[in-house]
Design a protein around this ligand. Structure first.
Ligand code: G6P
Length: 460
């Protein structure tokens, strides 16, 4: 039995609100009974910006999990987090070369902060630890830990898409990123498509050879495993939470406010990868094209502000404000506004209630590694009267949830038609589709995800 060490840029500190699916999933992994006797460690950024230099550590303990977090200076936060991670890697990994902003300065900061993570983390590690590193912020970390003599098992999981090799090749230093990835014993991706694109990159750019599917040898002779491990949710927990939410005041308030109209819901971080302007426009198209349904649906978009220090996110925010105003201005009635647009976050228990209330779940990212909102929407439905998921074919979740109404988010007419179809879908068809998706989510939940990954890592 070994200790599990989780490393991610964001850490869900006890007592502080978590930040989305990643945080919830990792918390559960650390609490997993198979690691309980040895405890766990979660290492990452503190979420705070220090006045002076980076690297100040903070430690807390809850149960038998240690949380060790590190402050970042203003400059490092700007250049590593806002800069290379979120203005270079994030758009690139989401196939948005038009938004990629590259500079030597932010690349240096990315390397520097990863090296500082390695400096601070290495002394805390024991040889029999299992270290699980998460996401694009920390791609070079494993190689930097190895340079510092760390010998334990190191695994990586990429929560976002792996782009095609031609896109990756547009990044100066892509070879260095590959070196970082290949310092792990296991590299995990969300879907088999991501894994294939990684293997293509290895072949096409002469980084090594694919010995067999999921087993690679680098040009320098290092062997590693790679695999697809689609992340999932606590399916039964969410189903229970959503059923209980029906009695809560947040649910009742929303239900009352609809005055008998159907609810369509979208819940996303305010991010350009989520396809929000396209979704808003598709909803407007729906209002224009389906006059027989006019006034029957209210669309609620919840979009908490994300990465507000990054210019592309600020621009998106203005665009959405303008669009929401335009749509309501053009289509509202004195007693009905077609869309409600909210930039606040809600407690998870309220959100699952909102999902249950919604006849239509709109999850239409232009690109998404997985998208756990799609999975949570399904798990939250009332089995007797389930709603319909309208899901982008470009979300990782579409590979498992193919009983949703799959759409191309760029095709506004297609999305509008899917909304209309969802609103009018007979109960029997709704149940059939929902049952198929729920069966998959029960078979493959969050526990299954982390056990599958960690078993493979231990065996690697
Ligand atoms: C995505 C990323 C995560 C990230 C989360 C929230 O899910 O894959 O790594 O933590 O977004 O973004 P933020 O920048 O607030 O951490």
């Amino acid at each position: 039995m070994s200790r599990l060490v989780v490393v991610s840029n964001r850490v869900a500190l006890p007592g502080r609100a978590g930040s989305g699916g990643l945080a919830v999933a990792l918390q559960a992994a650390l609490e997993d009974s198979s690691f309980q006797d040895r405890g766990g460690l979660w290492f990452g950024w503190s979420g705070d910006i220090a006045d002076g230099t980076s690297g100040q550590l903070h430690e807390t303990r809850a149960g038998n999990i240690d949380y060790v977090t590190m402050d970042l200076s203003r400059e490092d936060h700007d250049d590593y987090y806002n800069g290379f991670a979120n203005r270079t890697l994030w758009p690139l990994l989401h196939f948005r070369m038009d938004l990629v902003d590259y500079s030597r300065e932010t690349w240096d900061a990315y390397r520097r902060v990863n090296a500082l993570f390695a400096d601070r983390l290495a002394p805390l590690l024991r040889d029999d630890d299992v270290v699980w590193i998460h996401d694009y912020h920390l791609i070079p970390l494993a190689s930097l830990l190895r340079e510092r003599g760390v010998r334990c098992r190191l695994g990586f999981f990429l929560h976002v898409p792996m782009p095609s090799s031609d896109i990756l090749a547009a990044l100066p230093h892509h070879g260095r990123l590959f070196e970082g990835l290949s310092a792990h014993d296991l590299v995990g991706f969300q879907t088999s498509r991501d894994l294939e694109r990684f293997q293509d990159y290895v072949r096409l750019f002469g980084r090594g050879r694919v010995i067999e599917h999921g087993v690679l040898e680098t040009a320098t002779g290092r062997r590693l495993r790679a695999g697809a491990f689609p992340i999932s949710i606590d399916t039964d927990g969410i189903a229970r939470q959503a059923a209980a939410a029906v009695g809560k005041s947040s649910f009742k308030r929303l239900a009352r406010s609809l005055s008998g109209r159907a609810l369509a819901i979208g819940v996303d971080r305010l991010d350009y990868s989520k396809g929000l302007p396209e979704r808003f426009r598709a909803f407007e198209r729906y209002l224009q094209r389906y006059p027989d349904q006019l006034g029957q649906v209210t669309f609620l978009q919840i979009a908490p502000v994300s990465r507000g220090g990054v210019i592309e996110y600020q621009t998106l925010r203005s665009e959405l404000e303008q669009l929401a105003g335009h749509i309501n201005g053009g289509h509202a009635e004195p007693d009905w506004t077609p869309m409600r647009y909210v930039n606040r976050n809600f407690p998870h228990a309220s959100l699952t209630g909102f999902y249950r209330l919604a006849r239509v779940g709109l999850v239409t990212p232009l690109r998404d590694g997985m998208n756990l909102v799609a999975k949570e929407y399904v798990a939250a439905q009332d089995p007797d009267d389930p709603g319909v998921l309208v899901l982008s074919a470009f979300a990782g979740a579409a590979r498992e949830l193919d009983a949703a109404l799959l759409v191309n988010p760029y095709d506004l007419d297609g999305v509008a038609a899917a909304i209309a179809r969802a609103v009018g879908m007979p109960l029997e068809e709704r149940r059939e589709r929902w049952q198929a998706m729920m069966t998959r989510l029960r078979d493959h939940d969050i526990t299954d995800w982390r056990r599958g990954y960690l078993q493979t890592l231990r065996a690697a």
